[in-house]
Write a protein that binds this ligand. Structure first.
Ligand SMILES: C[S@@+](CC[C@H](N)C(=O)[O-])C[C@H]1O[C@@H](n2cnc3c(N)ncnc32)[C@H](O)[C@@H]1O
Length: 286
């Protein structure tokens, strides 16, 4: 794991409060990478990513899902609309919470979705509340990832699944230049740490979950940042950010760092799925 001790939670919240409108304009209603197989449009690639995550999670009609770090509610609305899931979305950002509720209303999914302003590291849910804990590109921002997975396992019904996509530090050993690239990404994108794939596998299994899949999608997602870089260059967003908030300029300036980190595999992009054993599993092994 590579850490960046200067990141503060208040900064993460401020970033999403301030930047959500820009994400919407520049990238769409999902604040996550696209998953490419060829030359699809970014919107298609984003849709391909959530389709692939839903497949890994084994989402079934009508299941209850917790969407951790729900952003503008893109995944929550998708799961409600495509699978009739009942989705609770949690975001650190009050602006995003309102945005997500508005999006659900717009897409006719208010009855199946609810959005909370909360900290995933502190929020409480009753034990066995959800069939699936789903999280796309949020755990990067968590300070104690191992503790989060222990809590998430407690929210699952027996046989429930945790499925997450995460930015990862590259496999160890990383040389000094590689560690610096990951540190620069953490600093620019407000990640208190990036775990390696092995760290995530350990955190999931230590929480009592069985890993069911791990996909390394690094090569298939990286072009996200080439497209974002072109879009930022074409618009006046960088100049605007200089006027409004210096931290956001640092974020925009680190797009090259993330591309270089992916190119050198100092950083990876992974999707993990894990399952909480059920009572029938226990009976079968006895
Ligand atoms: C990169 S965005 C991803 C949003 C969404 N999952 C998507 O794919 O569109 C990261 C999200 O994590 C949320 N987040 C960061 N730290 C959080 C925390 N401690 N608790 C809850 N949400 C958090 C942010 O508010 C933001 O919504």
């Amino acid at each position: 794991m590579i850490s960046c001790p200067t990141v503060r939670k208040s900064e993460i919240r401020f970033h999403y409060d301030l930047s959500t409108a820009f994400y919407r304009l520049l990238w769409g209603e999902h604040i996550h990478h696209g998953l490419w197989s060829g030359d699809e449009s970014p919107a298609t690639a984003q849709r391909q990513l959530i389709d692939a995550v839903a497949k890994r999670a084994g989402i079934r009609q009508g299941e209850s899902v917790l969407d951790v770090g729900c952003g503008m509610g893109g995944s929550s609305v998708y799961l409600a609309r495509e699978f009739g899931c009942h989705v609770t979305g949690v975001t650190l950002s009050p602006v995003q919470r309102f945005w997500a509720a508005g999006g659900a209303l717009w897409h006719g999914q208010s009855a199946r979705t609810k959005f909370l302003r909360g900290d995933a590291e502190a929020v409480e849910f009753a034990p066995q509340s959800f069939d699936v804990v789903w999280s796309i590109e949020c755990t990067e921002h968590l300070f104690d990832k191992a503790a989060f997975f222990r809590r998430a396992a407690g929210w699952l019904k027996p046989g429930g699944r945790v499925t997450i996509c995460a930015w990862l530090a590259g496999d160890e050993p990383l040389d000094e230049a590689g560690r610096k690239r990951v540190y620069d990404v953490c600093e620019g994108f407000l990640c208190p740490s990036l775990g390696t794939a092995d760290d995530y596998k350990r955190w999931l299994t230590d929480a009592g979950l069985e890993l069911t899949s791990y996909d390394d999608w690094t090569e298939r997602v990286a072009q996200t940042w080439e497209i974002c870089r072109r879009r930022v260059a074409r618009t006046g967003v960088r100049r605007l950010s200089q006027l409004i908030h210096r931290g956001t300029t640092l974020f925009l300036d680190r797009f090259d760092a993330i591309l270089e980190a992916y190119r050198t595999r100092s950083m990876l992009y992974g999707c993990f799925s894990a399952r909480l054993p059920s009572d029938s599993d226990a009976r079968a092994t006895n």
